[in-house]
Design a protein around this ligand. Structure first.
Ligand code: ADP
Length: 426
């Protein structure tokens, strides 16, 4: 079956967020890790989200990777491709939102592209082209101090113009409130003027539904999960979803095997979830300095887990309180220590899978990315949500057989997240 909606996500956790949003809004969705191998057999789905890591790489690399992903999606029938960016418009003056948007437009015949990072559910709204994060303009929000892409300008028309070869337009809220017909007319005038990218205001989900309906008639759009919501709802309204809406039941068919939790997030929520888990299952707190010193701590962890895992789920955590993290970072550097610990937790996850774990919870965005890469999982079918923003994932084409995973970004989930996740993963 041909897919109806394709998406290229500029990072892994953004891809999961979008895939989850599409599923919740009625599309049966698969998230792939990178561009799938031609031999990968995908189930019948309405949408495919290809996860790439191109948010902060050189623009030419991002364009090349996105172009290959676009070809893959078009060959499988995708009539519309959404370039999924961060809802805070994370980028620099060099890109990569502008260059990738222009390249995707060009590949699809040069049509105009609607662009909006609005996602009202998470407080991201756009008014007169200005992005607000909660109650603050982008340049006054914590994003002004982002370590990789500090955002100093809330005016997205200006931001995108600096990254683009062609002129950038604006469709304001008044036009959007007037409905799809008014937006189409405005888009036509930009088309005639040779404008490639048009920032669109959106404050409410209804605005995104209007934009989704209009975008579906064009080949490419650029936006966050909010625009995904608009596109999904427009597709469902159009009656083109033959699967009769997303059923997540087959994504959580039992897989059996052993279960484990690996944590690398040091967020307040994760630290509390670990304390709560300690009441009902064995938890190993790794020694971060020993982890950095060599492979011994990894071997100790694997042997500790091996002794206990047949009796029930175990937790292995590198997570530590802020004072411990800062001490380690001042000794070894922020990036080096983070990367070394991600490598260690991903090796531990892979070794546990080697020993029969088929239900795996990973806490931490970067920690999850490293684990998924090491496990070489090609794709996931999106299942029901465990907590807002965290679905159960079923592997597709996994060498070790079907697994269920939950990949949790730091602050997500309630205090009993780990037991709640395992209760849904049988
Ligand atoms: P979150 O989703 O909470 O941001 P991430 O996994 O993205 O979690 O980031 C957490 C980072 O902290 C990872 O790079 C991880 O390797 C690192 N880390 C984990 N434990 C420690 C520790 N004890 N000391 C220093 N860094 C750590």
């Amino acid at each position: 079956m041909a897919i109806l909606l394709g998406s290229i996500a500029d990072d892994y956790t953004g891809a999961s967020d979008l895939a989850n949003t599409l599923t919740k809004n009625g599309l049966r969705t698969v998230q792939t890790v990178g561009i799938p191998d031609p031999s990968l057999a995908l189930p019948d789905v309405d949408a495919v989200v290809i996860s790439l890591k191109i948010r902060s790489v050189p623009a030419s690399d991002a364009v090349a990777a996105a172009a290959s992903a676009e070809q893959w999606l078009r060959q499988r029938g995708a009539g519309h491709v959404l370039y999924k960016i961060c809802s805070t418009f994370d980028s620099t003056d060099a890109g990569n939102i502008g260059p990738v948007t222009e390249a995707l437009s060009e590949a699809a015949g040069g049509d105009v592209v609607l662009v909006t990072p609005a996602f009202p559910e998470t407080g991201r709204t756009v008014y007169l082209g200005h992005l607000f994060v909660g109650g603050q303009p982008l340049n006054e929000s914590p994003l002004k101090d982002h370590p990789l892409n500090p955002m100093h300008d809330a005016n997205l028309v200006r931001v995108l113009t600096r990254q683009s070869r062609n002129a950038v337009g604006l469709i304001d809220l008044t036009t959007i409130a007037a409905g799809p017909g008014a937006v189409k007319m405005r888009l036509d005038s930009f088309r005639t003027a040779g404008v490639t990218a048009v920032i669109a205001d959106a404050i409410f989900e209804h605005d995104l539904e209007t934009l989704g309906e209009v975008a579906l008639e064009t080949p490419v759009s650029t936006g966050a999960s909010g625009l995904g919501l608009g596109l999904a709802r427009a597709l469902v309204r159009s009656g083109r979803i033959s699967s009769g809406g997303a059923t997540t039941a087959d994504a959580i068919r039992p897989v059996g095997g052993l279960s484990a939790i690996v944590a690398g997030s040091c967020s307040k929520a994760t630290l509390h979830q670990l304390d709560v888990a300690e009441r009902s299952m064995p938890v190993l707190r790794l020694d971060p300095e020993r982890l950095l010193a060599g492979p011994d701590e990894i071997a100790t962890a694997i042997s500790w887990a091996g002794d206990r895992i047949s009796a029930g789920p175990v937790v292995v955590a590198a997570s530590a309180a802020p004072e411990t993290v800062s001490r380690l970072q001042s000794l070894y550097g922020r990036e080096a220590s983070g990367h070394a610990i991600e490598t260690a937790t991903s090796i531990i996850a892979a070794e546990l899978v080697e020993r029969g774990v088929r239900r795996l919870v990973v806490a931490g965005g970067e920690t999850s990315g490293a684990a998924v890469d090491r496990l070489a999982i090609p794709a996931f079918l999106i299942g029901p949500e465990i907590a807002p923003g965290v679905p159960v994932l079923r592997t597709i084409g996994n060498a070790q057989g079907d697994m269920l995973l939950a990949l949790k970004s730091g602050n997500f989930g309630g205090e009993d997240f780990f037991t709640a996740a395992l209760a849904m993963m049988r």
